[in-house]
Design a protein around this ligand. Structure first.
Ligand code: PLP
Length: 370
């Protein structure tokens, strides 16, 4: 038996998306930039997927720039729009935003103890020299949904030259109104909503496109903003996933929220403490602290007993660094020990939640006895 509770790292593809991706690969269709009939078929397949992604992201089809994933979308936003001025980001951004921002000497805005961007500190960081502000829609480790509407209105008032970017990789699937509609640039990633790994998009509002420079140069694909032959099969599958998620979003969110609440309440009943308030969190994430156990030992015990969970972001959990998100929220490195992230998804069942609760209870008991 294996119970997968790491959907924030990646969630399974929808079977219909896998079918379409395989069919596309088997048909061996042509390069979408080729002028012949087969090439035109590939181009149409991309355009159909673009329409589906646009409906999912509540934007125009012409605003969707396909990339190799959320990381590339974030890099494109920061490198492509941050060059001509000061970059401002929150301290709990994903490394795909933080790393390029730090390279540009960004101003880092702290968050509150609840993991919400500190609006007074943001106000103080804004001025006419700022060219880009990036605040994520929802945090991937503690799940906090950021006050994007307030962020955008502060930026428009105090940094009128700046573009606003949001990394909506974790928020768009889970928040019916993610607040990203007011942002100029929005990053999304297909493998967080039932599409394949290795496909994402940066939504570039028409009003912002002239102020974004490409980071990959070569062919003129994606309106000149992202050179390189498109991953057509992956994009086709992303379109299928976007359509399914858009149609079923409310029911997925409500079902997952109920399962997450049940799991979290059971674990709180045996001594776990949530790392962020549930009321300001996406429906899928339970960031929990278990006193008296080491994170790594707990994750190893759960893995052995058939529960896949993680300490936080997939890309850093292997590195055993204390989470920069929890540190930014004011926890000491010693207090971060014992924290894990359980994240549920569209395929999670009530039986899995019940079984996982028992397995976690058992693992805790045996670790504390040892
Ligand atoms: N941004 C956030 C908030 C994420 O959670 C992730 C992935 O975990 C990324 C960006 C990177 O996306 P990708 O894995 O598609 O590169």
């Amino acid at each position: 038996m294996s119970i997968y509770l790491d959907h924030a790292a990646t969630t399974p593809m929808f079977p219909a998306a896998i079918d379409q991706m395989c069919s596309f690969l088997q048909a061996h269709d042509a390069n979408p930039s080729s002028p012949h009939a087969a090439g035109r078929r590939s181009r149409r397949a991309i355009d159909d997927a673009r329409d589906a992604v646009a409906a999912f992201a509540r934007c125009r089809s012409s605003e969707v720039v396909f990339t190799s994933g959320g990381t590339e979308a974030d890099n494109l936003a920061i490198e492509g729009a941050g060059a001509n001025g000061v970059v401002v980001v929150s301290s709990i951004e994903h490394h795909a935003v933080l790393e390029p921002a730090l390279r540009r000497g960004a101003r880092i805005v702290p968050v509150t103890a609840e993991g919400l961007v500190d609006l007074d500190a943001l106000r103080a960081a804004l001025d006419r020299d700022v060219s880009l502000v990036s605040v994520m829609g929802a945090n991937n480790e503690v799940g906090t949904v950021q006050p994007l509407a307030a962020v955008v209105s502060l930026v428009r008032e105090l940094a009128p030259r700046a573009l606003v970017h949001t990394d909506a990789v974790q928020s768009l699937p889970w928040c019916v109104d993610s607040g990203s509609a007011e942002c100029d640039l929005v990053s999304i990633s297909a493998h967080k909503f039932g599409g394949p790994m290795g496909v994402g998009a940066l939504i570039v509002r028409e009003s912002a496109s002239a102020r974004l420079a490409p980071i990959l140069r070569g062919g003129g694909q994606e309106g000149g903003l992202r050179a390189g032959t498109e991953n057509v099969a992956g994009i086709v599958a992303t379109g299928v996933a976007a359509k399914i998620w858009r149609n079923e979003q409310e029911s997925i969110v409500e079902r997952v929220r109920a399962l997450r609440d049940q799991l979290e309440s059971t674990l709180v009943g045996i001594g776990a403490t949530p790392r962020s308030p549930r009321s300001t969190r996406v429906a899928s994430i339970a960031p929990l602290h278990f006193p008296g156990v080491a994170t790594e030992e707990l994750l190893i015990a759960l893995d052995r007993d058939g529960v896949a969970a993680s300490a936080g972001a997939a890309c850093v959990s292997g590195a055993q660094e204390p989470s920069h998100v929890l540190l930014a929220m004011g926890y000491l490195p010693s207090e971060v020990e014992g924290s894990i992230r359980l994240s549920l998804g569209w395929s999670t069942t009530a039986q899995e939640v019940a079984d996982a609760s028992e397995i976690i209870r058992g693992a805790l008991e045996s670790l504390r006895r040892a």
